[in-house]
Structure formats: structure tokens, C-alpha cells
Design a protein around this ligand. Structure first.
Ligand SMILES: O=C(O)c1cc(C(=O)O)c2c(n1)C(=O)C(=O)c1cc(C(=O)O)[nH]c1-2
Length: 243
């Protein structure tokens, strides 16, 4: 609990501690993925489920925009929509994620329709969209702060996957090179925003809770993948089945 008002830099330090303890780089499924310990079917399951996250991110950002009354805040935030949707067909993050699932040999229509996505993926991701839609703007912004920690995991992932998997090429991982520029820009803005706008201990606690919640959203998706595709290997009814 925050018992007194923290200085902005103390709030930042508390946020970074949460990341150090809870960010999904620590999840065993990511260790397996990055260390080349998964087979193609398991990597396909990861990319398919993660597509659902990618596809919902613009919906949560649009929900955020619909409630932001400050034009300057909307100007900043709407770039996130363009990053994912692109400016014309075939551009943007969602198209680049589909290039990854294409490269892994997944059927594009199945991916886009969400066929085979794990129930827990859906529940976790939908909870994130609802959180940003329904919570005050301050925790809604704070819930995006996991991106403070994503450049490290992305570099590790790209390096590890290229080294270990002969079915992965630089082209299929192009999605991530764009995120290395976009994520720091977005998280710098979000961090400045929460440091400036959280003006009471209660608001600071809300900011920290939002980051914990978001770490849980990411962690739960990997738990679901691990449970279904690593151990005990229980794929739920309707879940993707590697051939
Ligand atoms: O590859 C990753 O580990 C990772 C993590 C995160 C994150 O920490 O939330 C995002 C992304 N990637 C990502 O690609 C992305 O577009 C994204 C948007 C958001 C968000 O909360 O608005 N997080 C993330």
C-alpha cells in the first residue's frame, strides 16, 4: 500500500519493481520459446493465441480514445491505432503479425477468425479491453505501462528465435523491429502522464494496481499456453491441435 504521497521518481521506481517481479519475461513458457525448446506446433499455438491480443489492442485504444476529452491526449494516443491498423491495407502491426502466422504455416482465415484460441486467452485479453473501457483514465493509461519492459524481452525473443528455429526468418519477425521504436515512445508518454497526474496516495496506488493487473493479463495468457501445450498438455475443447 502507498501510505504517503510518493515523489514522481519514487512512483516510477515502484512501477519498475513491479515489472522486475511480475513481467511476462519471467514466465517459463517464454524461457522455452526463446531458448529454442519448443517445436513448430507449440510456436504456432503461441503465435495464434497472441494474434488475439494483437487484434484487441486497437479496440482497447479506441475505447480509451472515446473517453479522452483532451485533444492533446487524443493526438498522442491515436498513433497507437495507426501503429496497429496501418494507414492502408497490408500495413501496420496486425498485418505484420499475420505475416508471422503465415510464415509459420497457419491458415490466415483461421487466425483472423480466432479458431482454436484458448478460452483463457480470450478471457484475459477481453478483461484488459474492459478494464481500459471502464476504469478512470489514470489507471487506463497505467495499464499500458508493461511496455516499459517490452524492449528487453523483444530483443531477447528475436535473437533467440532466429538462432534456434530453422522455420523462423527475419522477415517473419519483422513485427518486433517496429515495436522496438513504438513501445519506448508510448511508454515514455504513459510514464510521464502517470507521474504527473497521480496526485494523491490513492491515485498512486491505483496506478500500481493497474500495472499489477496488466502483468496478470499477460501472465495468464502464458499460463494457458503452458497448460495446454507443454504440461500437463491438456488442450481444451475447441483449442488448436498441432498436427
Ligand atoms: O512482445 C511482447 O512481449 C509485448 C508486450 C506488450 C506488453 O508488455 O503489454 C505489448 C506488446 N508486445 C505489443 O506488441 C503491443 O503491441 C502492445 C500494446 C500494449 C498495450 O498495453 O497497449 N502492450 C503491448
Amino acid at each position: 500500500m502507498v501510505s504517503r504521497l510518493l515523489a514522481p521518481d519514487e512512483l516510477e521506481a515502484a512501477l519498475r519493481r513491479i515489472g522486475a517481479e511480475r513481467y511476462h519475461n519471467l514466465h517459463p513458457f517464454h524461457r522455452l520459446l526463446h531458448d529454442g525448446k519448443l517445436d513448430r506446433g507449440q510456436v504456432r499455438a503461441w503465435a495464434l493465441n497472441r494474434y488475439y491480443y494483437q487484434s484487441r489492442i486497437p479496440l482497447k485504444d479506441a475505447a480509451f480514445l472515446s473517453r479522452a476529452e483532451d485533444p492533446a491526449l487524443r493526438r498522442e494516443w491515436r498513433r497507437r491505432l495507426e501503429d496497429h491498423d496501418g494507414t492502408e491495407p497490408g500495413t501496420g502491426g496486425i498485418a505484420r503479425w499475420l505475416a508471422l502466422t503465415d510464415g509459420l504455416g497457419l491458415d490466415r482465415a483461421d487466425v483472423e477468425a480466432g479458431r482454436g484460441i484458448l478460452p483463457a486467452t480470450r478471457f484475459a485479453v477481453d478483461a484488459y479491453v474492459r478494464y481500459v473501457r471502464d476504469m478512470p483514465l489514470l489507471p487506463a493509461v497505467a495499464s499500458s505501462l508493461t511496455e516499459l519492459f517490452s524492449p528487453n524481452i523483444i530483443s531477447e525473443r528475436v535473437e533467440g528465435m532466429l538462432r534456434h528455429y530453422n522455420f523462423i526468418s527475419p522477415r517473419t519477425l519483422e513485427y518486433f523491429s517496429h515495436r522496438l521504436e513504438q513501445a519506448p515512445r508510448d511508454s515514455d508518454f504513459a510514464l510521464d502522464y502517470v507521474k504527473r497526474e497521480a496526485r494523491t496516495p490513492e491515485q498512486q496506488e491505483q496506478v500500481l494496481d493497474a500495472l499489477r493487473f496488466k502483468c496478470d493479463v499477460l501472465w495468464a495468457q502464458l499460463d494457458a499456453l503452458h497448460h495446454a501445450y507443454v504440461a500437463p498438455g491438456l488442450i481444451p475443447p475447441g483449442g488448436y491441435r498441432p498436427a
